[in-house]
Write a protein that binds this ligand. Structure first.
Ligand SMILES: [Zn+2]
Length: 312
């Protein structure tokens, strides 16, 4: 056991970016299967009672009309908001949440020993929808303009919070949560997990589960290890703290550029984008500058931003 763990530590230090395109094909195959099951969608997602969406027929056309009008009104509001926030193009509207959630498995090359017993680790969600997911980490910067911008543009995102930078201003994140954002686990103190014992890792992860539950009334189901580094103990601890999935990322957004994990330096359907709660001290810009940049990239490439939780 000890030998195995040491070996894993060695292979996992700092090589998280190196996984080649091979991993993508596994994901692509899964995406095809999922797509075959449930891509009929589009209209009526917000109606309280969904009319039975006939697969590829005109069924439910009457209901679709008002939904289309609703969508048009929403798009008009988005155009106004986009102008206000300095976006060249308004964000594209995400398709309705998939009726069947894709089956998430650990990305090739990201497994630990006995991976199947632990929450899956992935960088892309298998889907053929032209969507990406925005995830924001840590929590140091608490920019009220950012909250306003995201709400007015109706851009969904998921937060991964580390308590040591969040605990001076819980109300900021309460406001975020009230706007529909899910607050997830990024440990208490943002330590490099593989350097810690199982017990220490468990304190970091379970401790943050308890803190988020106490402060925000909800226990997270998603966990992201600091720096994207983990070993078997990390996943074992996360599982024991009630974590169901470990989303990493396939692209990282800054105020003036995007970094990509894949060799093609591009976005793909279902890619998870990472960025941070950071401000001028760390970046040449503000969080709203960062959102402007990431949204320009995403929209220019023809993607919309969807809610990660809708797919998990
Ligand atoms: Zn972090």
């Amino acid at each position: 056991m000890q030998l195995v763990r040491q070996k894993e530590d060695k292979t996992q230090h700092g090589h998280r970016y190196a996984a080649g395109p091979r991993g993508r094909f596994g994901v692509a195959v899964a995406a095809l299967l999922v797509a075959a099951l449930g891509t009929a969608c589009s209209s009526g997602s917000e109606a309280p009672e969904k009319p039975k969406a006939g697969k590829g027929t005109e069924a439910g056309a009457a209901g679709a009309l008002s939904a289309a009008e609703k969508a048009k009104a929403a798009q008009r509001a988005r155009i106004v908001a986009a102008k206000k926030w300095g976006l060249v193009k308004p964000p594209l509207t995400a398709p309705a949440a998939p009726k069947e959630k894709p089956e998430i498995t650990t990305r090739d090359g990201f497994e630990v020993e006995d991976q199947e017993e632990y929450p899956p680790v992935f960088t892309t969600v298998p889907t053929e929808d032209k969507v990406v997911f925005l995830t924001i980490d840590d929590g140091a910067e608490k920019d009220p303009e950012f909250l306003k911008m995201m709400q007015e543009l109706k851009i969904p995102y998921t937060a991964f919070l580390s308590d040591y930078v969040v605990n001076d201003n819980y109300p900021y994140f309460k406001q975020m949560q009230a706007a529909g954002v899910t607050l997830n686990n990024h440990t208490l103190n943002h330590r490099y997990m593989p350097a810690l014992s199982y017990e220490k890792q468990r304190q970091e992860i379970c401790g943050q589960q308890d803190t988020i539950q106490k402060q925000f009334g909800k226990r997270p189901t998603l966990f992201r290890p600091p720096y994207g580094n983990y070993n078997q103990d990390t996943l074992r601890a996360a599982k024991s703290c009630g974590i169901k999935a470990v989303p990493l990322w396939n692209a990282e957004a800054f105020t003036n550029r995007m970094d990509y994990r894949e060799w093609d330096r591009d976005l793909h359907p279902g890619d998870i984008i990472l960025t941070h709660f950071r401000g001028r001290e760390d970046w040449k810009g503000t969080m709203t500058d960062m959102i402007r940049h990431v949204m320009k990239t995403v929209t220019d490439k023809g993607y919309s931003v969807a809610r990660l939780e809708d797919y998990l």
